[in-house]
Design a protein around this ligand. Structure first.
Ligand code: CTP
Length: 420
């Protein structure tokens, strides 16, 4: 337990040691807190976000530390006593230890400096409320005990998700989404009191008090989880998805679709960003009206908006796609839509349709005929709409296997010219 810090990347240890040595010069104490401490205990990989709690004046300490690290401060909120320093691959948050008061539910809190113990108590779950004081000698971190006044270690050992006080979800309803992510990722179960608080918070409609932007941030974090589907399944079990995205339910059909995506029999997953495909698969069964409401409620990035619009059109094509008799017919139907949307369609389609859509994505979509515009001109085709039309027909004939090489293509063009 005392050696937890030595599991950190050695370069990060050096940075933290430097901060620990500088802190006393401004009468401050620095603690490693939050998810990193939890993940060190669980022996999980540590990401790039590192949280430091500072008992003392962050506004004084942050510039000193940033300079010593050769990093730079990217965000700073002097009234809140917070600063973010980017150094090497890390994003290190320094925050003055504080208590929070929420005058109304779900708004940003009024904060006041406070000792670390109170700072830990204002946090979300016990497993995120542990800290290790940073101390160093000769540029090396010293082993320090874990500070765990709220029972985080015991909860981790029992795989228990436990809120720290009964106003927590009212104060900050994003904790409902954070809880589902944590529980799913770390295989935790809410204890009885926490489960009751979750149910009560959802029944009280606290999620509706959050701005769409805050929910959206949490939804994006969900999509970035190792297993977003498991988070959605758990969220639905808690009765939360319906409040976040009306129409989204965890169904056997959705589970099957996501399993198909995981198995990725046809090697399609790598063709589109995972978050886009996951978002599309989750939203695929929502009605047109539900999707329209979803688009209206959240200010989504253009890529996701396009994806949703494409899906609304694409899923209407199922019958036409099934009836498509040749690659060129399939190409004609799918060509207007984006690769991520078609990848979603592939995973959402029934078994007989999948091979053709997969081949379309992997081969047919990018297929070029053996001749280009210059070649056609050299063969005597005058530039203009006719040339475009011939190129198009040439590509369709190549897709359908009627033309396989350059010689056949040239012969085909000559024949077209002779016939016209
Ligand atoms: N925190 C909180 N309530 C919130 C958000 C954050 O109490 N609504 C506290 C928790 O102590 C959390 C810490 O701030 O551990 C840092 O938050 P964040 O970086 O968002 O998450 P991590 O716990 O580091 O977890 P993750 O692995 O999910 O990034």
């Amino acid at each position: 337990m005392h050696n937890l810090l030595f599991r950190l990347d050695p370069a990060l240890q050096q940075l933290l040691a430097r901060a620990a040595e500088l802190a006393p010069t401004v009468n401050a104490t620095v603690w490693l807190v939050g998810g990193v401490v939890r993940d060190l205990l669980l022996e999980l990989p540590i990401g790039r976000d590192i949280d430091l709690a500072v008992e003392g004046d962050v506004n004084q300490l942050a510039p000193l530390v940033a300079e010593a690290w050769g990093g730079h401060i990217t965000a700073r909120h002097p009234p809140f006593g917070t600063a973010t320093i980017v150094v090497d691959q890390w994003l290190i948050d320094l925050a003055q230890t504080r208590t929070e008061r929420y005058p109304r539910p779900a708004i940003l809190p009024e904060v006041q400096p406070a000792p670390l113990a109170l700072d830990l108590y204002r946090r979300d779950y016990s497993i995120n409320a542990m800290a290790i004081r940073l101390a160093a000698r000769d540029g090396q971190l010293l082993p320090m005990p874990l500070f765990d006044p709220l029972g985080g270690v015991a909860d981790l050992a029992a795989r228990r998700l436990r809120l720290l006080h009964d106003q927590s979800l009212r104060d900050d309803p994003t904790r409902l989404l954070r809880g589902a992510r944590l529980a799913s990722r770390l295989d935790l179960t809410p204890d009885r009191a926490t489960a009751a608080q979750i149910a009560a918070a959802l029944a009280a409609g606290y999620l509706a008090l959050l701005t769409p932007e805050r929910i959206q941030t949490e939804l994006c974090l969900t999509l970035a989880e190792p297993d977003p589907a498991a988070v959605v399944a758990l969220s639905d079990q808690w009765g939360m998805t319906e409040q976040l995205i009306p129409g989204l339910r965890w169904t056997p059909a959705l589970a099957e679709r996501l399993a198909r995506y995981r198995n990725d029999e046809y090697g399609i997953a790598a063709l589109a960003p995972a978050e886009m495909v996951m978002a599309g698969l989750l939203l695929y069964d929502l009605s047109d009206d539900e999707l329209a409401m979803f688009l209206q409620r959240y200010h989504l990035p253009t890529t996701i908006r396009h994806l949703i619009n494409d899906l609304v059109s694409l899923r209407r094509l199922t019958a036409a796609l099934t009836a498509a008799a040749s690659p060129s017919e399939l190409d004609k139907l799918l060509q207007p839509y984006s690769v991520p949307a078609i990848a979603v369609l592939h995973f959402a389609s029934n078994a007989p349709m999948q091979p053709a859509i997969a081949r379309y994505l992997r081969e047919w979509r990018s297929l070029r005929p053996p001749l280009n515009g210059d070649d056609l001109r050299a063969l005597g085709v005058t530039p203009g709409p006719r040339l475009g039309q011939l190129l198009h027909e040439l590509r369709a004939a190549t897709l359908d296997g009627l033309i396989t090489d350059r010689a056949a293509a040239e012969q085909w063009v000559r024949q077209q010219l002779a016939n016209s």
